[in-house]
Design a protein around this ligand. Structure first.
Ligand code: DGY
Length: 325
């Protein structure tokens, strides 16, 4: 194939040699987009400009592949995301323009479920608060009342989004001796790990609620003041999906006012959040991580490799292994 141009939206990615090899096999020119000054992400305008003559883009889940970006991408055949979340891509615009969109489900499920459980333990047992106190020299000795949290063993776990990640979260919950239920949806398969229940029942009956659902019009803001009011004051909310699933101001108010015990967030509306004075850094009971759900060497490499297989397949007019429906 002559004159092909493959764009990678970062200056480097895990398994970069696989990207180089695939481009060489295709005979394609490869461009690695630099990051914007002081950022880990490319400048959106630079991304739009680079897309203008790209036949394929290997992108991250947070890259804005919106209608404007796609409108200028007249040669583009495929957006191969090294991510499972596709909320940053305008799927309707891609479909209209005949651009295939692919993602990387499955390969990141176990690692992301591990991150969910790390947040469950950190938030519920107040472990970050304890570490912070020790680092600040505030550990004055063993105290029978010090840093008491709530048990994970024996607690009830509610999983929102019973896809591959949600099912892995459920299995971990069973391993921890939790009772597990998930939000009933037509698409959620029945199994012997977790029982499907309705939204209100899940909110009222869960000691730990984990959000592992994609962000779309139906799920945006699903955890708002009304939902939080139905949760137990001793409960823990964990979000490993997308920030906008939760109305952040409502969550922070619930934590500050003691209406919710704790929360663990790996994702935020409006990332990144570098301001040390941001209320998410200091709200009691809140544990934060900088969007590291799938961040292990092996998993990020597997994500790149699957994205490359998708990209190559589309450019060769073959069915990609994991297209977005
Ligand atoms: C995903 O895979 O969707 C992660 O959140 C990274 O974008």
């Amino acid at each position: 194939m002559a004159d092909l141009h493959v764009l990678v939206t970062r200056p480097d990615v895990p398994a970069a040699d696989d990207v180089r090899r695939a481009a060489a096999d295709l005979g394609a020119r490869l461009t690695w987009l630099p990051t914007a000054p002081g950022r880990a992400e490319p400048d959106p305008q630079a991304l739009r400009e680079a897309l203008a003559d790209a036949d394929a883009v290997l992108a991250q889940g947070v890259d804005p592949l919106d209608a404007t970006a796609l409108a200028g991408a007249s040669r583009l055949k495929v957006c191969a995301l090294a991510a499972v979340g596709v909320d940053q891509v305008d799927l309707a615009a891609a479909r209209r323009r005949g651009v295939r969109v692919t993602n990387t489900p499955g390969v990141l499920a176990a690692t992301t479920a591990d991150t969910a459980f790390a947040l469950v333990l950190m938030a519920r047992r107040r472990l970050v608060e304890a570490t912070d106190a020790m680092r600040a020299g505030r550990w004055t000795g063993f105290s029978p009342e010090g840093f008491l949290g709530h048990d994970v063993a024996g607690a009830s776990l509610g999983v929102v989004g019973y896809g591959e990640i949600g099912r892995q979260v459920a299995r971990r919950g069973r391993g921890f001796g939790m009772t597990v239920r998930h939000l009933q949806r037509d698409s959620a398969p029945a199994d012997d790990v977790s029982a499907p229940v309705g939204w209100e029942e899940l909110l009222r009956g869960s000691d730990v609620l984990v959000l592992a659902v994609p962000l779309d019009a139906r799920t945006r803001g699903m955890v708002d003041a009304r939902a939080l009011a139905q949760m137990r004051p001793s409960a823990t909310l964990v979000n490993i999906g997308r920030g906008a699933l939760v109305v952040e101001a409502d969550l922070l108010a619930a934590l500050r006012e003691g209406r919710l015990h704790s929360a663990g967030l790996d994702v935020f509306d409006g990332e990144p959040r570098p301001d040390p004075d941001d209320p998410v850094m200091s709200t009691p009971g809140l544990v934060v991580l900088p969007h590291v759900g799938s961040a292990s060497h092996a998993t990020r490499a597997a994500m790149t490799r699957l994205a490359v297989r998708n990209l190559v397949a589309v450019l060769r007019d073959e069915p990609p292994p994991t297209p977005v429906a």
